[in-house]
Write a protein that binds this ligand. Structure first.
Ligand code: SF4
Length: 362
C-alpha cells in the first residue's frame, strides 16, 4: 500500500481531508497537517508528503476507509469500523490492538481483525467456542457461500430451521477474509443481521410487533389471529420465552405485543436486533393456537412426590436441551434414562397411558 501517501496528497489538493483525528487542509500558506498530537503548517506538497511519512498509521487508515472500503455501502463500512473499534479508539492505540488482533462476537461468530505492515486489514471468522483452537486444527474455508452449508445442520447433524438459533456447529474457520467477504460471510450465517443492526444504530429500524405481524397472516397462518382474544397477552409471553430467549436464538427481540404493550419477558442481549416474529415463531404459534383452543380436563393421577418431581425434571431437561449431558450412571437426575424408563415401566399401561388414565374419554 505504498501509494497511500500519493493518494492522500492528491485528495488534499482537491479538498480538506479529515478522518479519525487526521486533518490535512490547504490555504494560501500551503498545507496544514494535524493529528491529535502534532501540528505542521505552511507545508509545500513535497513537505506534506515527507511529513505524512511520519504518520504512516494515520495515512494508511485514511486510505483504507476512503479508498479500499469507501462509502458505497454505509452498512458495510459501519460494520467494519465497529469490528475494529474505529471512532472509539484513537488510530495509534487501534493500530497497536489490531497488530495483536481485535476480537468481537456476533451471535455465535467470533471475528478477529488484524492488520499487516501496510495497514491492510484481514479477518478471521470462526465459532465463538473455537476461540482458542489453533487455526490449523479447524477446517478452512475461503468462499462466503460455504457458510450456507455450515449453517444448515447443528453439531448432531440435525437440520437447523432457525438460522439464528443458538446451535451453530463449530470446527471451521474462514482464516483470511477481506472486509467485503467478511460481511458477505456473516450475512450468509445470519441473513439481514448487518443491515438491521445498522438501521437500529441509525434509528430507522422498522419494528413490526406481534399484533401487526399476526394481523397480516393469510391462508393457513391466519388462524393465529384467533389466539388474540381480549386484552391478555400472556400467550405471547410464552411464545417469546419458548423461542426467543438467548439460549435459543442469538437475536435480541425488539418486537413486543403491540406499540403500547411490552411483553413481560426480556428481549435478550444479542448484538443485533430481531424486528418481527420470524417464520419459526409463526409456524409454532399456529400449532399452539390449535392446542390452546382445547378445553382443559381434570385427570386424576396418583404420583409419589418424587415421581411428580421427576416429571418436572424431565420437562426441564428437554426444554433446556440437556438430555445429552445427563450421564447414564447418574440415577440421581430425574431425567436420567434409566430413571425415566423405570417411571414408564411402573406408570404406563400397555397403551401408553399415564397411570392407566386414558387421554380421551372411552
Ligand atoms: S422471532 Fe424470536 S426466535 Fe425468531 S428470530 Fe426473532 S428473536 Fe429469534
Amino acid at each position: 500500500m505504498g501509494h497511500h501517501i500519493d493518494a492522500l496528497v492528491a485528495a488534499a489538493a482537491d479538498d480538506d481531508v479529515r478522518l479519525d483525528g487526521l486533518e490535512v487542509t490547504q490555504s494560501d500558506d500551503g498545507y496544514t497537517l494535524e493529528t491529535p498530537d502534532s501540528h505542521h503548517a505552511g507545508l509545500s506538497e513535497d513537505a506534506l508528503r515527507d511529513a505524512l511519512g511520519d504518520y504512516d498509521d494515520y495515512a494508511t487508515n485514511w486510505y483504507v476507509w476512503s479508498t479500499v472500503v469507501g462509502e458505497s455501502s454505509p452498512q458495510r463500512r459501519a460494520f467494519l469500523r465497529w469490528v475494529e473499534g474505529a471512532g472509539k479508539y484513537a488510530v495509534p492505540e487501534r493500530y497497536d490492538a489490531l497488530r495483536d488482533g481485535i476480537h468481537h462476537e456476533w451471535g455465535q461468530l467470533r471475528i478477529t481483525a488484524t492488520i499487516d505492515g501496510h495497514g491492510e486489514r484481514s479477518y478471521d471468522l470462526r465459532h465463538v467456542d473455537d476461540a482458542d483452537i489453533d487455526v490449523d486444527d479447524l477446517d478452512p474455508y475461503h468462499e462466503p457461500l460455504a457458510a450456507r452449508q455450515l449453517a444448515t445442520y447443528d453439531e448432531k447433524g440435525r437440520y437447523r430451521p432457525l438460522k439464528t438459533g443458538a446451535n451453530l456447529a463449530g470446527g471451521w474457520v474462514f482464516p483470511d477474509l477481506d472486509g467485503r467477504d467478511l460481511v458477505e460471510t456473516v450475512e450468509t450465517f445470519y441473513p439481514a443481521s448487518v443491515p438491521n443492526w445498522f438501521r437500529e444504530r441509525e434509528g430507522t429500524l422498522d419494528v413490526e410487533h406481534w399484533e401487526d405481524t399476526i394481523g397480516r397472516q393469510t391462508g393457513m397462518y391466519s388462524v393465529i389471529d384467533t389466539w388474540n382474544r381480549g386484552d391478555g397477552h400472556e400467550h405471547v409471553n410464552w411464545v417469546a420465552e419458548a423461542c426467543c430467549d438467548d439460549s435459543q436464538c442469538v437475536k435480541r427481540r425488539e418486537w413486543e405485543y403491540d406499540d403500547e404493550t411490552d411483553l413481560d419477558v426480556d428481549g435478550g442481549d444479542g448484538v443485533f436486533p430481531c424486528r418481527e416474529p420470524c417464520s419459526l415463531v409463526i409456524a409454532a404459534s399456529r400449532k399452539w393456537t390449535r392446542l390452546e383452543g382445547e378445553e382443559t380436563k381434570t385427570y386424576e393421577f396418583e404420583l409419589t412426590p418424587s415421581e411428580k418431581q421427576q416429571v418436572e425434571d424431565i420437562i426441564e431437561a428437554v426444554a433446556d436441551d440437556r438430555i445429552d449431558e445427563i450421564r447414564e450412571a447418574d440415577v440421581y437426575e430425574g431425567s436420567n434414562r434409566y430413571r425415566t424408563r423405570f417411571l414408564r415401566a411402573k406408570l404406563f399401561d400397555e397403551d401408553g397411558n399415564l397411570c392407566g388414565v386414558p387421554t380421551e374419554d372411552e
